[in-house]
Ligand binder design. Structure first.
Ligand code: ADP
Ligand code: MG
Length: 392
């Protein structure tokens, strides 16, 4: 009979890291979310060799006090949650206190940070989760996190990494999503020294959409605005004539968090029934805003899946918002062309924008691999638009 023993903390940390840090794009996501939670309105993401060699995220957020810098890398260390009751209404992107512990367990990390209250900042280095140095350092307000040599100490994970180009593309897609989730944050992305994205951070989703998709593709989207019981839906959806061959352009956000939601996907596609060609899928950037306690975000380590208090309410809110937009557009086909294009970042500010950068490849999930018609979850199909939904 094998003996039962508790794992030592190093092995336990590596196992926990495996869930949170699947690939470089996971690091990009967690570091960007931390920057947004820190109140940054400008952030820069740089990657080298697909993020495997280096990921650097610089923000102008609140920074970390020197005496708390090392604590931030401990498991279950967070400033965003205090009691079990806080779990019921999470208003920040992070809350599990796991990301920095997980990332630092499988890489070499350098942190440079300063708060308003401190004249001098702090530089901290860790290797495999262990602090190797900490010293005072002059630096601007905010935080720079540098993650190098990802998975250098976990060869089992390293061998599953794809080519740099594929990992880099996944990082870029993640940056694009975060940029679309928070249009009030100006996001810059550099891959191997080349700038590939710059969003203005003017708070307009339309500006972020133009920056991410490019003008031509963005013109194939039309604005959506609607509300359901306790929730509102805003964003953009494809015109029926501009649907695509995959679901790679579908982006759903709940209270500012990118999520994979079968309910929202089903509602979106149902709204296009009979309006689009078979085998084509609508694209969208749809933001659902609801009460914090109407959604449980603590159901998955990467926080990309959420549980709604009522799937039906979410389905109805999305369905009617999209459907009424499409109906209005049918009688007003040039609606998008009529509305003024947002301020575009000057062309020279973006070094190279190739057509495939305008695609937003979703992670390789079952939902994106299959082009088979999507079977909606067990929510009743709405028969008529209820009075509760008001779409201006
Ligand atoms: P979580 O985000 O779930 O709290 P993390 O491990 O991602 O956990 O981060 C731990 C803590 O470190 C955060 O709660 C926050 O206080 C601090 N922190 C991390 N990144 C930043 C940042 N860019 N700016 C300011 N504080 C940060
Ligand atoms: Mg975090």
């Amino acid at each position: 009979m094998p003996h039962i023993q508790q794992l030592d903390s190093h092995v336990a940390d590596l196992i926990a890291a495996g869930e949170v840090v699947e690939r470089p794009a996971s690091v990009v996501k967690e570091l960007m979310e931390n920057a947004i939670d820190a109140g940054a309105d400008k952030l820069t993401v740089e990657i080298q060799h697909g993020g495997m060699a280096l990921i650097r995220v610089t923000d102008n957020g609140c920074g970390i006090a020197p005496e708390e810098a090392a604590t931030a890398f401990l498991r279950h260390a967070t400033s965003k949650l205090r009691t079990e009751y806080d779990l019921e209404a999470i208003g920040t992107l992070g809350f599990r206190g796991e990301a920095l512990a997980a990332i630092s367990a499988v890489s070499r990390v350098e942190l440079l940070t300063r708060t308003q209250a401190h004249e001098l900042g702090c530089a901290l280095s860790l290797e495999g989760g262990v602090v190797v140095s900490q010293e005072e350092a002059g630096c601007p307000l905010g935080t720079t996190m540098v993650v190098q040599d990802l998975f250098y100490n976990t060869p089992a994970r390293l061998k599953f990494m794809k080519k740099d180009s594929a990992e880099g593309a996944a990082c870029f897609a993640m940056v694009q999503r975060v940029a679309l989730s928070h249009p009030e944050v100006g996001v810059k992305f550099l891959r191997d020294g080349k700038q590939e994205l710059l969003t203005p951070g003017d708070g307009q989703l339309k500006s972020a959409l133009y920056a991410v998709l490019g003008r031509d593709m963005a013109l194939g989207f039309t604005p959506v605005k609607g509300s359901g019981e306790d929730m509102s839906v805003t964003g953009f959806v494809s015109l029926p004539t501009c649907c695509r061959g995959s679901r790679g352009y579908q982006h759903f956000f709940v209270n500012g968090r990118y999520v994979k939601s079968r309910t929202m996907m089903a509602a979106l596609e149902e709204a296009y029934a009979n309006q689009k060609m078979v085998g084509k899928f609508p694209g969208c950037v749809l933001h659902l805003t609801t009460r914090l306690n109407a959604v449980d975000v603590n159901v998955h380590p990467t926080k990309q899946e959420v549980k709604f208090g009522s799937d039906k309410k979410v389905f109805d809110a999305v369905y009617y918002a999209v459907k009424s937009t499409l109906e209005a557009d049918r009688t007003r086909p040039s609606a998008v062309a009529e509305s003024p294009a947002p301020r575009l970042i000057p062309k020279q500010a973006v070094d190279t924008v190739t057509p495939n950068q305008t695609t937003l490849p979703l992670r390789d999930t079952a939902a994106t691999r299959t082009a088979a018609p999507y079977v909606p979850p067990a929510v009743s199909r709405p028969a008529a638009r209820p009075a509760a939904v008001s779409v201006p």
